[in-house]
Design a protein around this ligand. Structure first.
Ligand code: CU
Ligand code: ZN
Length: 223
């Protein structure tokens, strides 16, 4: 009985199987062309969307919890980078700098860690994935840390309102600054030109006045 059943199935396959397979193959090819067309259209839309879309980072600056630091810096640092890559735009908006001292330029860097549990000191050193020397954001990547952003300058009201663009600071990829921190220093960063060892490590920018951890955000804070 089983043998007969198998034979019947074989006969049915011979009678209908082949032509049926051919028809279904033609249908699949037509479907494939349609799918390819739709995929191409959706990829075009996808890349167009990438060109017009950004990733945003936001960081709320707070005074260093080491209270020996007199300045009470507060404000925000915002980042924006196209989703397909390219330079990151950075906007800095800070207040609370001491206006009676002579210090108007302040070292401003991305530091390796976003851990601020021990104040700004647990942020670690400047973000420097390739172990190179400290420098200026205008130096080539062999002579600057990824995190080196030079100095910000305060105005007469003790505020910093600044914007810049950087090719190494990135929200995307393996060297993303997400989860790392921004630190503003008490003194001026010598950009590696100080002619001493510390200059090539920290730029001699002095104590850390304030810091914040960079997190992802929607674009609503980018104005
Ligand atoms: Cu720093
Ligand atoms: Zn550095």
């Amino acid at each position: 009985m089983l043998v007969n059943y198998v034979l019947l199935l074989n006969l049915l396959w011979l009678a209908y199987g082949l032509p049926a397979a051919t028809v279904s193959e033609q249908t699949d090819m037509a479907d494939q062309a349609q799918t390819d067309k739709e995929t191409k259209l959706s990829l075009e839309a996808y890349y167009k969307n990438l060109e017009e879309s950004y990733m945003y980072g936001h960081c709320i600056m707070k005074p260093n919890t080491d209270h020996s630091v007199p300045n009470q810096i507060r404000g925000s640092v915002d980042f924006r980078q196209p989703l397909h890559g390219g330079p990151t735009e950075i906007k800095v908006n800070l207040e609370g700098f001491e206006i009676t001292d002579e210090l108007t330029k302040h070292g401003f860097n991305i530091h390796e860690y976003g851990d601020l549990s021990q104040g700004c000191s647990s942020a670690g050193p400047h973000f420097n994935p390739f172990g190179v020397v400290h420098g200026s954001p205008r130096d080539s990547p062999e002579y600057r840390h990824f995190g080196d952003l030079g100095n910000v300058k305060e105005n007469g009201n003790g505020q910093v309102i600044a914007s810049t663009k950087d090719y190494l600071v990135s929200l995307l990829g393996p060297f993303s600054i997400l989860g790392r921190s921004v630190v503003v220093h008490a003194g001026e960063d010598d950009l590696g030109r100080g002619d001493n060892d510390e200059s090539l490590k920290t730029g001699n920018a002095g104590p850390r006045l304030a810091c914040c951890t960079v997190g992802l955000s929607d674009g609503s804070r980018w104005k």
